[in-house]
Design a protein around this ligand. Structure first.
Ligand code: G3H
Ligand code: 13P
Ligand code: ZN
Length: 312
């Protein structure tokens, strides 16, 4: 097998009424947890790296780890740059062999976002790579993704139509109420499905939409962290059923998850530290952490995104 783009994955997902999970990686254990879960469910998967992840693990290490995953499995894997901030980082990832890049110029004006995205699309397409872009602003605060809650605005459907027409981007990340991190809603979780419908009505038939900030922040995973010394407070995420609705009833083809894997991994490590205080072999705590990632990804693929058997 070799890495694939998301083109075919999204087409099949749209026709089949499911979505492909896009999971962030920073190291070998997280990658193995994701890929093992995808393989076990015979599901296509998108492995994505933020610029922070690339800086942390170093580009060549990440790329070779993913090459190993591809060689070791039978499923379709796409390698995607998450939240590329400018043309340069997108170009570096295209040149390194990524099959998909995200240019996130959503903080700029519509005109500037179109100009920057178009430049990335031209370079990526000339190299056989697909491009995800973003329009609208997600609330939330994470390392390299900082947008204040006040600034959060849903994607405008008419602007989305103009944006896709003018840039030629292959998929569009939309803001409909999700946000990055572990504290997504102050009250009841709510997604703007009516806005999602308006957006897809103005885009070409079957045009792939993407949801960022879609961790569910499961209370039971938070409880494991907190039981063993963690202090995660006021957590809330997007319930599984709301994500299932987005991918089965709308053209949402890609759902991004990072926070849930971070919580699963941290819970696994904290539990192992607490239960085996005399251990100093990293494999003995990274192993359970990898298993916690696998279990979380497997649940999402099978029960939430419904992409199991997409690679039969
Ligand atoms: O959307 C952001 C992802 O969770 C990546 O976060 O920039 O801290 O790697 P990061
Ligand atoms: P979460 O923080 O909800 O996991 O979102 C991750 C994400 O959108 C990565 O781009
Ligand atoms: Zn994101």
């Amino acid at each position: 097998m070799s890495l694939v783009t998301t083109k075919e994955m999204f087409k099949k997902a749209n026709e089949g009424g499911y979505a492909i999970g896009a999971f962030n990686i920073n190291n070998m254990e997280v990658l193995q947890g994701i890929v093992d879960a995808a393989e076990e469910n015979k599901s296509a998967v998108i492995v994505q790296c933020s610029s922070g992840a690339i800086k942390y693990a170093r580009p060549i290490y990440l790329k070779k780890l993913i090459d190993a995953a591809v060689e070791d499995t039978t499923i379709d894997i796409a390698l995607h740059l998450d939240h590329g901030a400018d043309f340069q980082i997108c170009k570096e990832c295209v040149d390194l062999g990524f099959t998909s890049v995200m240019i996130d110029a959503s903080k700029y004006s519509l005109e500037e976002n179109i100009r920057i995205t178009k430049e990335v699309v031209e370079y990526a397409h000339a190299n056989g790579v697909v491009v995800e872009a973003e329009l609208g602003k997600l609330a939330g605060v994470e390392d390299e993704v900082n947008v204040s809650a006040e600034d959060a605005t849903y994607t405008n459907a008419k602007e989305a139509q103009e944006f896709v027409e003018k840039t030629g981007c292959d998929s569009l990340a939309v803001a409909i109420g999700t946000s990055h991190g572990a504290n997504k809603f102050s009250g009841e979780p709510k997604l703007a499905y009516n806005r999602l419908q308006e957006i897809q009505d103005l885009l070409p038939e079957g045009y792939p939409l993407v949801l960022h900030g879609s961790s569910s922040v499961y209370p039971e995973s938070v409880a494991v962290c907190n039981e063993f010394g963690g202090q995660l407070k006021n957590t809330s995420g997007v319930p599984d059923a709301m994500l299932s609705k987005a991918c089965t009833e709308f053209n949402v083809c890609k759902i991004n998850v990072d926070t849930d894997l971070r919580i699963a991994m941290t819970g696994g490590i904290r539990k192992s530290f607490a239960e085996n205080p005399s251990n100093f072999d990293p494999r003995k705590y990274l192993g359970p952490a990898r298993e916690a990632v696998r279990a979380s990804v497997s649940h999402k693929i099978k029960n939430v995104f419904k992409s199991g058997n997409s690679c039969k």
